[in-house]
Each structure stands twice: as structure tokens, then as C-alpha cells.
Design a protein around this ligand. Sequence first.
Ligand code: CO
Ligand code: CO
Length: 249
Amino acid sequence: MSIEGPEDIEALKRIGAIVAEARDTMGRQVRAGITTAELDDIGREVLLKHGARSAPQLAYGFPGWTCISVNDALAHGVPSKDIVLRDGDLVNIDVSAELGGYWADTGATFAVGTVSARTEALLQATRQALQDALEQARAGRPLREIGRVVEARAKKHGFKVIENIGGHGVGRSIHEEPSVSNTYERTDKTILREGMVIAIEPFLTLKARFVVEDADGWTLRTPDKTLGAQFEHSIIVTRGDPIVLTASA
Ligand code: CO
Ligand code: CO
């Protein structure tokens, strides 16, 4: 969506803060022994407390409140009482929700206990890729610069970028135009405009360049079982620094 007045900004900040609170509250409970269903319950409580509704549930009939994806699962993981986090796992928590007709989307990847140095480097590089992308998100600049800097960040650290999932417009629904590629799309002539609302979400991996859907019809995994990480913020584009709707409180 595009911002039409101050009430749009206020409403987006409200839902952005709610999904950020759910993400961070869940993230603080990440530990060996907890199930992804228990983490989802924590997210549900935060959303319900604020009267917000789960976006994947509402838009796609997703069987959970939040998406929780472990190790080679990178996105759309279905919370389950049978998935128990273990020391050394990577877990991605992605929270998107709606309140009063406004939608926001955020995600973060957490290490469970102690992970390898290479996995820790993957987390750092992916976090930095999102930061690099935020610095390109300025009115008047080409949208494709986001993919360019994400790719450059991955390459610098010897990681790969997932090519078949990425960011998107957001605000009046969960997935809107434009799509925000994490790879450099030379022919994309889209220029970022003031007031555009987009979600930026780089996915970096140890090796894989795409994800495939599981037999469950939801979970997106790397075909070679390699680990990946994602961090996501919903933002409003301005002429200066973007307004990050889903920053931590
Ligand atoms: Co998203
Ligand atoms: Co998301």
C-alpha cells in the first residue's frame, strides 16, 4: 500500500509494534526442550491481547498463529507439539498479523543454545543483509538495489541467497505488489516512492539457492537440507531513513 494520511502511519505503527512484540516475546522463550507449538501459543497470546488476527490464518487458512521453521525449514513451518527444539538448532519465527484492516509482517532467526561458528556467521550476515537493504530503501532509488546489496552481503561471507522467496508490499493485505527480490533483477525498473509500505526479508543459506514445499503443503525447505536464516521488517519508505514499523520496543 501507499500512505495516504497520518492515520495510515499510526495504524501501521500499531500493528507493527504488535507483531514485533510477539516475535520478541517468542524469541526470549527459545530454548532446548520447548516445542514449536508452545512458542506459537506465546505468539497467539500476544496477538489476542491486542485484538490482532494472525495473517497466515486469515489470508491462507494456515494451521497455526505464527510460522515457526527449524533448521532446513526456512519459512511457513507449521507449529507442532512434535517439534522439540534441540541445542544447536536454528529456529525462524515469522509473525504477521492484521488489526483494523492494516497488516504487518516480521521475522527473525534464533540460535538454540550453542551453534557452530559458521552458523553464527550466517545469522550475523543475514541480519546485516537486512540492515544493508534498509539503507537502500529510500524514495527515488531503484527497488532492485535491495536485491543487489543482499546478494553482495551473502557473497562477501561465502553464503547463498534464496531466489524463490523474498519481500513484498504489505499494509492493506499481507502480500501486495511489488515483490522485493533478494537477488539483483537487472530489468526491474521499479523506483521506490515516498509512502510505499514494503516488507524486506533476506534469506541467506550455507548452500541452497531455492526452497521446495514439504509434503505438508506449507513448510518451505532447502532441498539439500542446508541451513538458512531470515530477518524481516515491514517499513514505510521516506526520503530519508525508512520508518521501521517492526523494530524492537
Ligand atoms: Co513477509
Ligand atoms: Co514474514
